[in-house]
Ligand binder design. Structure first.
Ligand SMILES: Cc1ncc(COP(=O)(O)O)c(C=O)c1O
Length: 393
C-alpha cells in the first residue's frame, strides 16, 4: 500500500536525525484506542504503548479535553510562580505515593531526570556520595542515571562515570547486606527490572532491602519509572510488598503521554534540600500536570483491578504458547515478558508483520507494556499473531 504522506518520512528521518535508535521500519502517523495507524493506513495492535507511556491508549476524550483546555489556558509556568493545576497535582501525587505520610514532589520531564534528581537529593540529604545499585538495572542514560545503570554497552563508551556505584546481584539480599555499609547514601532499585528482561525479584527482597537501608542509615530509592503508575495493578509496584521508599522516581505514563518525571521524597529528605540545588525550566509545567491530574483521577481501583486481571489473563495466555524457542513468560500486571531462547528479534519482526507491536528487553525477552484499556479480544489477537509467527520457526 502506498504512503499517504507525499514524502519519504523514513528517508528524511534517517538523513536528518542522529543515528541512535534501532529502526523498526514502520512509519506511524496516529493512534486510535489501542491501535496505531501507519502512513499506509494499516492498523497495528499496540502492546508496547511507547515503552509504557500511553497508558490510556490514543484519543481518550477526557484526557484530550483536559490537555487542550490547559494548552489554551497556560501550558508553561516556571515553578517560582504558584499555579492551581500544579498545586493540586503535587498534593494528589504525594498522597497517592504515600497516603499515610505524604511527602514532597519535585517535577521534571523524563525518567532519567527523575533519577538524576533522586541521586542528588540522596547525596544532599545524607552528605554521602556512595550508592549501591543492581546488576541488570536500567535507570536512564544521562550521566548520573547512567552511573546507576548496569550494562557495558551503555556504560563503557563513557567511563569513568560519576561518584561511586557498587552493583550487586538483583534479588540477592545477602549481597546487598555485604555492600550496604554506613558509607552508602542510598540503594537504588527497580521493584521489577524492566529493560533487562522483566525480572521479578523473589518475594521478601524489597522488604529486606527496606530494613537494611533503615539499619545502615541509607536511603531507599525505588525507580518506578516503568513499574509505577498502575503498570503492575497497584499505583506503585513496591505496594505489593508493603514497602515505602524514601525517594520514589516516576515518569512514563504519569502525564498520559506528555513528557514528565517526578521524584517524590519523604519530608525528612525534603527538609534537607537547599533552595536552588536543583531545578528545571519545564519541570512542573501545567500542561504535563493537567495530564497527570487526569491520570491520577482516572487510575482508580476499578482500573487497577482491570490491569491485574487482564495481566493475569495475558500472562496465562503467553504461558500457554508451547514452542522450542519459548521457555516461558513472566511479569506482573501489564508488565510482561515472553522469554525466548533464541531469535528474539525475528519474533519481534514476525509480530510486527502480523500487525502486533511489542518491544525488546534484555537479550532474550519480548516485552509487552500495553495500554491499560486492552481487553481479552486483544490478548487473543496477540497470542494468535505469536503462534502464527512461531509456526515454521
Ligand atoms: C526503570 C527506568 N528508569 C529510568 C528510565 C529512563 O526514563 P527516560 O527514558 O524517560 O529518561 C527508564 C526508561 O525506560 C526506566 O525503565
Amino acid at each position: 500500500m502506498a504512503s499517504r504522506l507525499g514524502f519519504d518520512a523514513a528517508a528524511t528521518q534517517r538523513e536528518f536525525m542522529a543515528n541512535l535508535y534501532v529502526r523498526r521500519g514502520l512509519t506511524l502517523t496516529h493512534g486510535e484506542g489501542v491501535e496505531l495507524v501507519s502512513d499506509t493506513g494499516e492498523r497495528y495492535l499496540d502492546l508496547m504503548s511507547n515503552y509504557g507511556v500511553n497508558i490510556l491508549g490514543y484519543g481518550h476524550p477526557g484526557l484530550e479535553a483536559a490537555l487542550i483546555a490547559q494548552l489554551r489556558a497556560l501550558p508553561t509556568l516556571h515553578c517560582s510562580f504558584v499555579n492551581d493545576v500544579r498545586a493540586s497535582a503535587s498534593a494528589e501525587l504525594a498522597r497517592r505515593v504515600n497516603p499515610a505520610d505524604p511527602g514532597l514532589v519535585y517535577w521534571s520531564n523524563s525518567g532519567a531526570e527523575a533519577v538524576e534528581a533522586a541521586l542528588k537529593f540522596a547525596a544532599m540529604a545524607t552528605g554521602k556520595r556512595r550508592f549501591v545499585a543492581c546488576r541488570g538495572a536500567y535507570h536512564g542514560k544521562t550521566l548520573g542515571a547512567l552511573s546507576a545503570t548496569w550494562g557495558a554497552k551503555y556504560r563503557e563508551p563513557f567511563e569513568p562515570l560519576l561518584w561511586e556505584f557498587t552493583h550487586v546481584d538483583y534479588g540477592d539480599s545477602a549481597a546487598l547486606e555485604a555492600a550496604l555499609d554506613e558509607g552508602a547514601a542510598a540503594f537504588i532499585v527497580e521493584p521489577i527490572q524492566g529493560e533487562s528482561g522483566i525480572v521479578v525479584p523473589p518475594e521478601g527482597y524489597l522488604p529486606s532491602a527496606r530494613q537494611l537501608c533503615t539499619d545502615r542509615g541509607a536511603l531507599l530509592i525505588t525507580d518506578e519509572v516503568q513499574s509505577g503508575v498502575g503498570r503492575t495493578g497497584r499505583f506503585l509496584a513496591a505496594e505489593h510488598e508493603g514497602v515505602a521508599a524514601d525517594i520514589v522516581c516516576l515518569g512514563k505514563g504519569l502525564a498520559g503521554g506528555i513528557p514528565v518525571g517526578a521524584t517524590v521524597v519523604t519530608r525528612a529528605v525534603g527538609e534537607r534540600l537547599e533552595r536552588g540545588a536543583h531545578s528545571s525550566t519545564f519541570g512542573g509545567n501545567p500542561l504535563a500536570l493537567a495530564g497527570a491530574r487526569f491520570i491520577l483521577a482516572t487510575l482508580d481501583a476499578a482500573m487497577l483491578e482491570h490491569v491485574s486481571l487482564t495481566g493475569e489473563a495475558f500472562l496465562a495466555a503467553l504461558r500457554s504458547v508451547t514452542h522450542d524457542l519459548v521457555p516461558g513468560a513472566r511479569g506482573r500486571g501489564l508488565m510482561l515478558g515472553l522469554v525466548v531462547s533464541d531469535r528474539r528479534d525475528d519474533i519481534l519482526r514476525g509480530l510486527q508483520k502480523h500487525k502486533v507491536l511489542a518491544v525488546p528487553a534484555g537479550s532474550h525477552v519480548v516485552r509487552f507494556l500495553p495500554p491499560y484499556a486492552i481487553e481479552s479480544s486483544h490478548i487473543d489477537r496477540a497470542v494468535g499473531a505469536l503462534r502464527d509467527t512461531l509456526r515454521g520457526m
